[in-house]
Design a protein around this ligand. Structure first.
Ligand SMILES: *Cc1c(COP(=O)(O)O)cnc(C)c1O
Length: 383
């Protein structure tokens, strides 16, 4: 398929997914196989020899992801954190430094603070919405990567991708953007100057809370080749069935995201008027400090909503416990609505660090159920 001329929804359904050449199967089959017959030594059919190196179902997903992020090369991993680890150990070496967001995803922070720091990678946490603070955190000569999440998890902070790309490049660093919260339907960091897009495909890309996976997408083929080498050498690849589940999820990404965003807007409206709610964090709100930047770089504001409540941690935990339709669970981005207490759940590992989150915070992943049902459940949970 000549992908340049097609729209996002068409690419999500077709990119990398021509009907199977041997059978005409309209959907890419699950090539649940470890090894491939060679026609004489080194005579590979279609380049496949062993499924850690490449597998046709994974290739379809990798090509589709590259097309959706307007990149040249996609790589699929066993989890978002496996993708992050592969990226960092490909582009950094012991002694290097990275700048990370001061409200990074808890697992990302743990990877930096508990694993890669021991390996010799230094880090500084900075508020990425404040370019002067990021500039001050850069160590000229040793900062290799600026790590960006926008919107951030769980505080829904916004960073200016184009400005950060420029800043990174002025200092010889790469800009990596974790695009998990926005998805490529809402935001395409590579088109704004980022060097690498990172995904937990577990979330919106898979979209159905039935798979754990990760991905990297880059525009520079040379960087793509280095990442490809490390993907194979380190081995944390996406298995064929997991790759297939994400491919299946991608086909409906655009329609799901439209509904996630619409439902989230209604939830925000309801929370804003509720006496128990002290503050609503959502980049679509005109008084959100990142609103203008978000409006410039995103198609819409996403399905994640966080809010702080009157009554502190106990009140926040009670609301989580009372919710019914909003399932009390970690993760996000599936068709079903989830509620959680970041301080005790997803971000518990950041306690006592610069990334600790407020204890009166509740995070919602607004699903695509009937919005009136979601509003009624929140109303009863808030009491
Ligand atoms: C979940 C998540 C990750 C980690 O992905 P896994 O698939 O759980 O390994 C990274 N970044 C963000 C923003 C996430 O929400």
């Amino acid at each position: 398929m000549s992908e340049q001329h097609h729209g996002f929804e068409t690419l999500a359904i077709h990119a990398g997914q021509d009907p199977d050449p041997s059978t005409g199967a309209v959907v890419t089959p699950i090539y649940q196989v470890s090894t491939f017959k060679q026609d004489g030594v080194g005579g590979l059919r279609g380049g496949y020899e062993y499924s850690r190196s490449a597998n046709p179902t994974r290739t379809a997903l990798e090509e589709c992801l590259a097309a959706l992020e307007s990149g040249r090369r996609g790589l699929a991993f066993a989890s978002g954190l496996a993708a992050e680890d592969c990226l960092l150990r490909t582009v950094c070496r012991p002694g290097d430094h990275v700048v990370i967001p001061n409200d990074a995803y808890g697992g990302t922070f743990r990877l930096f603070a508990k694993v890669l720091e021991r390996w010799g990678l230094a880090w500084t946490a900075a508020p990425l919405g404040d370019l002067d603070a990021v500039r001050a955190a850069i160590r000229p000569g040793s900062t290799r990567v600026i790590w960006c999440e926008t919107p951030t998890n769980p505080l829904l902070g916004i960073a200016d991708i184009a400005a950060l790309a420029q800043l990174a490049h002025e200092h010889g660093a790469l800009l990596a953007v974790d695009n998990t919260f926005a998805s490529p339907y809402l935001q395409q960091p590579l088109t704004l100057g980022a060097d690498v897009v990172v995904h937990s495909t577990t979330k919106y890309l898979g979209g159905h809370s039935d798979v754990v996976g990760g991905a990297l997408v880059v525009s520079d083929p040379e960087l793509g080749d280095r990442l490809g080498f490390h993907q194979n050498a380190m081995g944390a690849v996406a298995g064929p069935f997991d790759a297939w589940l994400v491919l299946r999820g991608l086909k409906t990404l655009a329609v799901r995201m439209d509904r996630h965003c619409r439902n989230a807007e209604r939830v925000v409206e309801m929370l804003l008027g509720h006496p128990k709610v002290a503050q609503v964090l959502y980049p679509g709100l005109p008084d959100h400090p990142g609103h203008e930047v978000a409006a410039k770089q995103m198609r819409a504001f996403g399905g994640m909503v966080s809010f702080r409540v009157h009554g502190g941690e106990e009140a926040a935990v009670e609301i989580c416990n009372r919710a019914r339709l909003f399932t009390l669970a970690e993760s996000l981005g599936g068709v079903e609505s989830l509620i959680e207490h970041p301080g005790r759940m997803t971000h518990a590992s950041a306690a006592g660090s610069p990334l600790e989150v407020p204890s009166d915070l509740v995070r919602l992943s607004v699903g695509i159920e009937t919005v009136e049902d979601l509003l009624a459940d929140l109303a009863q949970a808030l009491g």
